[in-house]
Design a protein around this ligand. Structure first.
Ligand SMILES: [Zn+2]
Length: 331
């Protein structure tokens, strides 16, 4: 028994030390990925004339895809743009690890040498970003050209819309540092919520509850939890007056059952975290204008895009985290 106990203590000491070492290593890490990425985008903009925010938009979309997809590991470098090996070197290239720009081009691979070291490497941030920039440039530099290039790249309207939205947000704020969050209503109002994700619900056939309900009074201000762009706004038979905002991690934030929208909020409006978007209500479950079929509350949903489809995940842990951060900030 004594041996067992001491073994456990040794393991605990090990875990503790390991944890301490890891957190120290983390604290010493001074590299800011935003600064590194911004430098790379601006460098490629100088070489190719492709606006840096187009490159940033594709890169952040691809970063979100890697988070959403099990078949793509996180990028090793700062740039997340994904190319399949066979596309990079050319599908008929007998050397699937080819690094030579000449033979890659001979086999109609897309890989280019972006930093002039004589190699086209899938693992080199500059080569990957340069390859994307040249591709975009070949379609032209207007917003319409950009959308056409994206359409050929992704063959999916929703991917084009998300990337084009990211580009607008980056162009507007002129920074990549747009991942701060806010709680969905001011803390001084009375509100309550619990984890209800996945519960069964009654109206409109058998569906599961894809979100968290935050009960509050009519007209309590609803604020955006994230930076992003308004993707949908208007009436929906289930959600009533609802707004959908797409953030820079490709996550779609859905705010439903509102009594009304804040003035000036429309499709394409650029939104910052904490910005007022509408007011709590009980709209929905019927024709446009239907309200009062349930107590007033905000239905808040989060959906992730993986480049093929979207699915809902539980927003409750995020809400708790943002609420805690808002309380901390007040102290
Ligand atoms: Zn709900």
């Amino acid at each position: 028994m004594a041996t067992f106990r001491s073994t456990i203590s040794i393991i605990l000491v090990f875990i503790f030390c390991f944890h301490t070492i890891c957190s120290n290593a983390h604290a010493e890490e001074t590299v800011n990925p935003y600064t590194e990425r911004e430098a790379l985008y601006h460098k490629m903009e100088t070489i190719t004339n492709v606006p840096w925010y187009y490159l940033a938009a594709v890169d952040s979309y691809e970063r979100g895809l890697r988070k959403a997809r099990r078949d793509r590991a996180d990028a090793d470098g700062f740039i997340s743009i994904y190319y399949a090996k066979e596309d990079w070197v050319g599908p008929l290239n007998p050397n699937q690890d080819d690094e030579s720009p000449d033979t890659i081009s001979l086999f109609e691979g897309i890989g280019l040498d972006g930093n002039g070291d004589g190699k086209a490497l899938l693992t080199d941030d500059e080569d990957v970003l340069y390859t994307l920039a040249r591709y975009l440039e070949s379609y032209g530099l207007t917003e319409e050209d950009f959308r056409i290039a994206l359409w050929h790249f992704y063959q999916r309207e929703q991917s084009v819309n998300i990337v084009a939205g990211h580009a607008k947000v980056y162009q507007h704020y002129q920074t990549l540092d747009l991942h701060k969050h806010a709680f969905v209503m001011p803390l001084h109002h009375n509100y309550s919520y619990r984890s209800t994700w996945g519960d069964r619900r009654g109206w409109g056939g058998r569906r599961i509850h894809e979100g968290t309900d935050i009960f509050a009074n009519y007209q309590v201000p609803i604020q955006s939890s994230s930076y992003g762009i308004v993707e949908t706004i208007g009436w929906n038979p289930y959600g009533g007056w609802r707004v959908g905002i797409r953030d820079l991690d490709n996550i779609y934030h859905y705010y439903a059952h509102l009594s009304g929208f804040e003035k000036g909020i429309e499709k394409g409006t650029i939104i910052e975290a904490g910005q007022l978007i509408g007011y709590c209500g009980s709209s929905g479950y019927g024709k446009p204008g239907t309200q009062g079929k349930f107590p007033p509350h905000l239905h808040y949903g989060m959906y992730r895009d993986n480049g093929i489809t979207e699915w809902s995940f539980d927003p409750f842990p995020s809400l708790k985290q943002w609420e805690r951060a808002a309380k901390q900030a007040k102290k």
